[in-house]
Design a protein. Structure first.
Length: 308
């Protein structure tokens, strides 16, 4: 990086014409695209629900999000006519020495509900967490990473949420101490139920933690939207208590109450616009996905892009 904030991009990461890819710049990912012979760099996060734009495609001159088909100008980040949201665009320079991207300095990190949740788990003696990282629990995963760097927590990544629940159950059976398992919203969370039923039968102490979709789109059919607190009704014989972490001043009481339970329980960590993924209702410092009432779905968005 030079004094003006320009970062060199490895030539192997520079996309060919009509292509886009995710590129790591200063520890952050950028959607770098080449369209019409020009290079553009955008924040690698779709404003709709945080989809990775660098894993999308260039369709008729538009950068299309791989999750829901929302379109943006690959050079400026502007959406089609009639829409107002768009990812941040960064300056790009194609110099004799290579391609350079200029991105702003990262904002100071704020303490989030995810940090408090992890600190509470550690305070209650949980030292091992089994789980799968995904878009709706990234804030919690990042808080665990920081705790791991401090030597407070050991994270074991798995390839299926059910395996995480079985692993946490086995840990409790062998040690008598609780472990935690975690998953993303929707089907990722329901995948844990089989392992947790094994835990229930053997009375093993486990804490299960899940991400959730943004509050603004909860209950409106968003990607992986599922009423996880209703898991009590679906599998009420499996766990004694389910709860949603809240952003109120006493939000730390949620995990404390759950960990006082004799067996295991589900914690649902919910996000919203200004919250990190896994952080509820605005109580966080990591920018999250956006969404709100009246936002058209991807079919309408594609139609607008085709007409533009």
């Amino acid at each position: 990086m030079d004094a003006d904030g320009w970062h060199w991009v490895d030539p192997v990461d520079v996309p060919a014409e009509g292509r886009v890819r995710s590129v790591t710049v200063d520890g952050r990912t950028v959607a770098l695209a080449r369209c019409g012979g020009r290079l553009g760099a955008l924040e690698n996060r779709c404003p709709h629900q945080g989809g990775p734009l660098g894993e999308g495609s260039i369709e008729n001159g538009w950068l299309r999000c791989p999750w829901h088909g929302y379109d943006y100008d690959p050079l400026t980040g502007r959406p089609p006519e009639g829409f107002s949201d768009g990812p941040a665009a960064y300056e790009v320079a194609d110099r004799p020495g290579g391609v350079y991207v200029r991105i702003p300095a990262p904002a100071p990190r704020l303490r989030t509900v995810a940090d408090v949740l992890v600190q509470t788990l550690v305070a209650f003696g949980i030292t091992h967490v089994f789980g799968m990282v995904g878009h709706s629990n990234l804030g919690f995963a990042d808080a665990m990473r920081r705790a791991s760097e401090r030597g407070e927590l050991t994270y074991i990544g798995i390839r299926h949420e059910g395996a995480a629940a079985f692993a946490a159950s086995a840990y409790g059976k062998l040690t008598g101490r609780p472990a935690a398992c975690f998953a993303i919203a929707g089907p990722g969370s329901t995948n844990m139920l089989t392992g947790l039923y094994d835990d229930k039968l053997d009375q093993s102490p486990v804490v299960a933690i899940s991400g959730q979709v943004p509050s603004a789109v909860l209950g409106r059919g968003a990607f992986q939207d599922l009423d996880l607190t209703a898991a009590r009704a679906v599998a009420g014989d499996v766990h004694p208590l389910s709860a949603t972490v809240s952003p109120e001043p006493d939000h730390h009481d949620g995990p404390s109450m759950l960990l006082d339970q004799p067996q295991w329980t589900i914690v649902v960590a919910r996000e919203r616009e200004q919250g990190s993924t896994g952080v509820p209702d605005g109580a966080g410092g990591v920018r999250g996905a956006t969404g709100g009432p009246g936002r058209p779905g991807p079919v309408s968005r594609r139609g607008a892009a085709a007409r533009a």
